[in-house]
Write a protein that binds this ligand. Structure first.
Ligand code: GLC
Length: 635
């Protein structure tokens, strides 16, 4: 399907709401043409004519936004910054596109695929970490925040990629990892070489152990990847009896240290190779503000903040005593998640971005239980946006989706922040699989795409979701690289690939051809994780040639989203519906209807005289929505 054409998935014109021409009539009468597969296509020019026919905007009181902007007459914030409405595509660099055939994606690979993203119609990309890293956690263990991991390229490659993206009108958000560094970061090496109580140690969270010989960890905190959150270092004033520096790996030193040489413990809420920084230390605060400036000066448009709710820890370091969950969304009052002190960090960072031009943005990875907790990060002098995991975690049923949407919007609008809607990312089981897998999962994912992209605010697309990729659940143990795999109890692994094993959502993207590597890299060299053979049917190349593919659906939805002023930031109003149907209006003239259930339903009266713009699957000849179908209407 070419850009500039929107597919109307209605099978024919039998119903007044089955196709867009009803609104356009008579001007749009020739707008609908039958595609080879029998679906209908509505040309861009005709759609623009439809827009001109829209009823006048509804009058309402201006809304003051946190950044001082007001709503315009269409209900959109006047001069709203781009990120309030943006669709942001997540690139996981190891798995997106490989330019040099080493089996791992890289920056020149990303650069070469920017035209694809432009055609897809996203506003920005968020690139998971690309910094130098021993890759103990796929780059979320950073050893130098001001350079590029050689496997991904160079700083010059990053600059070139950024320049090309901007040329194509795509903004670039990079990933910042402030909770922890790599244990190979120069600061941590220096900390290991220095004595307890030294300024070098004070950048991290070192504590003496409990027990007669300090052999018991300082508290009972658990790593997010399983096992204790503390690792004990070997030291005796910086060196052990062999004379080796304490930063020399134990394997290189040989032998076990005597008990009195075992020293302090350091905290790592994730892998032992990811020591947590001490954010009460002004040196840490200053260093990260300097890192922000390094990248802002290079022209990047924003930062995604890793584990944004984790930076502050209760200074008393109390035991959890089984009272607190360690993984999953943080509950209020937790000793190391979502603590009040973390907000000071973001106030400082906001002062930095506010001193730059061009609406630079922060998006927080804030895993909290309640939207009200999330909203605290989005007060006007803190972060701009955050991922909405409440929506991601909602199951495919009308009540749970309705509640997640309401709770999110209520909490975030209280602080003037736009909601963001996210279905998948590199840490969770892909939603095709979460929603049931197979044909059911794909159908629900199609319907979910139209729901997500119609909701007010911004949205995220995780690479491959636009191709309908499912979780790869049968990766053999020897290829898995998620650090959680080594530390997890195999009993926790779920059939859907979840339970802490994240490789299944990170399998490299199939671009073209009939066999792996599916154009991921040049030649026939295989990617770092094996791709399923049946992805031949899901390549970008195949889907670009198929007007009813998942890719075509995303492209059509994103084009409509750009064209229709109702979509993106603004407000929504629910339309009364029964049972398994969600329907809402975006003023002045747009309605989204989602049939979450399995049985056909009539579209609500609100769209009776409207025009179908797009549906996730063909409507029935009488205009009803079949089970698990979403539809967009101009009304
Ligand atoms: C975030 C990242 C995840 C990483 C963890 C530790 O949750 O999304 O991939 O493992 O932080 O940095």
């Amino acid at each position: 399907m070419s850009v500039g054409t929107v597919r109307c998935a209605a099978p024919h014109l039998a119903s007044p709401i089955a196709c867009g021409q009803r609104l356009a009539s008579p001007a749009g009468r020739d707008a609908c043409r039958t595609a080879p597969n029998g679906s209908f296509l509505l040309r861009g020019a005709q759609r623009k004519r439809l827009r001109a026919d829209r009823p006048p905007a509804v009058e309402r009181a201006p809304v003051a936004w946190s950044d001082g902007r007001v709503q315009d007459e269409t209900g959109q914030p006047a001069n709203a910054p781009w990120w309030r409405s943006a669709v942001i595509y997540q690139i996981y660099p190891r798995s997106f596109a490989d330019s040099d055939g080493d089996g791992v994606g890289d920056l020149p690979g990303i650069r070469s695929r920017l035209p694809y993203l432009r055609e897809l119609g996203v506003d920005a990309v968020w690139i998971s970490p690309f910094y130098p890293s021993p890759m103990a956690d796929a780059g979320y263990d950073v050893s130098d925040y001001r350079d590029i991991e050689p496997i991904f390229g160079t700083l010059a490659d990053a600059d070139a990629m950024l320049a090309d993206a901007h040329e194509l009108g795509i903004r670039v958000i990079i990933d910042l990892v402030p909770n922890h560094t790599s244990d190979e970061h120069e600061w941590f090496r220096a900390a290991l070489a220095a004595a307890p109580g030294s300024p070098e140690r004070a950048r991290y969270i070192f504590r003496d152990g409990r027990g007669e010989h300090g052999e018991i960890p300082p508290n009972d905190w658990i790593s997010n990847f399983g096992g204790p959150a503390w690792t004990r270092v070997t030291e005796s004033n910086g060196s052990d009896r062999s004379g080796h520096d304490a930063s020399t790996p134990r394997s290189a030193r040989g032998g076990r240290p005597a008990p009195d040489q075992r020293g302090q413990w350091y905290l790592h809420l994730f892998d032992p190779k990811q020591p947590d920084l001490d954010w009460t230390n002004p040196e840490v605060v200053a260093e990260f503000e300097s890192i922000l400036r390094f990248w802002l000066d290079r022209g990047i448009d924003g930062f995604r903040i890793d584990v944004a709710h984790g930076l502050a820890k209760d200074p008393e370091m109390p035991d959890l005593e089984g009272n607190w969950a360690t993984g999953g969304p943080a509950v209020e009052g937790h000793p190391h998640w979502d603590r009040d002190e973390v907000h000071d960090v973001y106030r400082g960072w906001r002062r930095v971005t506010d001193s730059y031009d061009g609406d630079r943005v922060f998006v927080g990875e804030v895993w909290v239980q309640k939207p009200e907790q999330l909203a605290r990060y989005l007060r006007s002098d803190e972060l701009h946006t955050a991922f909405n995991f409440t929506y991601l975690l909602a199951s495919w049923d009308a009540k749970s989706l309705h509640n997640a949407i309401d709770d999110s919007i209520d909490a975030l609008s209280a602080v003037g922040a736009p909601a963001t809607w996210v279905l998948s990312n590199h840490d969770v089981v892909r939603h095709v699989t979460r929603y049931g897998g197979g044909a059911v999962g794909v159908r629900r994912a199609r319907a979910a795409a139209l729901l997500t992209l119609a909701l007010p605010g911004g949205a995220y697309v995780y690479q491959g979701e636009e191709l309908g990729l499912a979780e790869v659940t049968d990766l053999p143990p020897e290829v898995r690289q998620d650090p959680a795999f080594a530390r997890y109890d195999p009993g926790l692994v779920r059939a859907d690939g979840g339970g802490g094993l994240r490789d299944g959502c990170r399998v490299p993207i199939p671009w073209s051809g009939d066999a792996p590597p599916f154009g991921f890299g040049p030649g026939s060299g295989q990617p770092w994780l094996p791709q399923p053979a049946d992805w031949a049917a899901l390549t970008v190349e195949r889907q670009q040639a198929d007007p009813v593919s998942m890719l075509a659906l995303y492209q059509a939805a994103l084009e409509l989203r750009r064209d229709r002023p109702e979509l993106g930031d603004g407000t929504m109003a629910w339309i009364d519906t029964d049972g398994d149907v969600l329907a809402f209006r975006r003023d002045p003239g747009f309605v989204c209807v989602v049939n979450v259930g399995g049985e056909p339903v009539a579209a609500p009266d609100a769209v009776r005289d409207g025009a179908l713009l797009l549906s996730s699957d063909p409507l029935l000849p009488d205009g009803r929505l079949p089970g698990t179908t979403s539809a967009w209407y101009a009304v």
